[in-house]
Design a protein around this ligand. Sequence first.
Ligand code: GLY
Length: 267
Amino acid sequence: MRRPVTAITRQVSASINNCELSFHARQPIDVAKAMAQHKAYEDCLAGLGVRIVSLPAEPELPDAVFVEDPAVVVDEVAVISIMGAPSRRPEASSLAEALSHYRPIKFLVEPATLDGGDVLRAGRFIFVGLSQRTNQEGIAQLSDMFRVYDYQVQSVEVRGCLHLKSACSYIGNDTVLVNRSLIDAERFRGFELVDVPDEEPAAANALLVQDVVIIPASFPKTRALLEQRGFRVQTIDLSELQKAEAGVTCTSLIFNHEAMAAEDRGV
Ligand code: GLY
């Protein structure tokens, strides 16, 4: 049976053109179009039965729409991170407040840095990218926090892209969509690997919601490949936020809605 799912999202900041960029050259972002595309993304999730909790924009924080990065949420707990980009760290407080209605909250502490975009969960396995944004200490602290809930945390070195989930995504059925040039895919031994087409190297970021894989409309070959393999796929137009180095996972924080019983939380 499907579990009810909630997505926290946040409205696009009018200052999005001042976003952080690490591997992309800056291009002008059409803010009104970005806002309309983000609304269509929320509608896509809602159409799949996801309950949307849409937070107001943070006008002074250009990257605040990327709510995936300040937190890592599992059934038992929400961990508030210290993001790798100092300009983004003030995004965390309003997100922590929103998450406190659903989960007990824990905090990483310095010198840890970690972006949620570096965290890929597949059942009880959690892979964390060692990247420009996430350091060894961040991975070690997350591992210590999650071990008590019986998650196995493993690190994966990321090269040439922003986050682990720029390089690979879990798409269900024990399968990982991957661009092997950006990570050591051996780390995913035991999973079925689907390679993104050579023509679409940036297509490895995919969002699994229920049994549907959401990808950007700009990757038609990846769509065809996934459909050939029996996956249900939906596409969305992400053209504006892609210029801010976004993928489909970045703009929501999705978790099972049912509150954990207090005794299950160990409180
Ligand atoms: N622009 C998204 C990020 O760099 O975090």
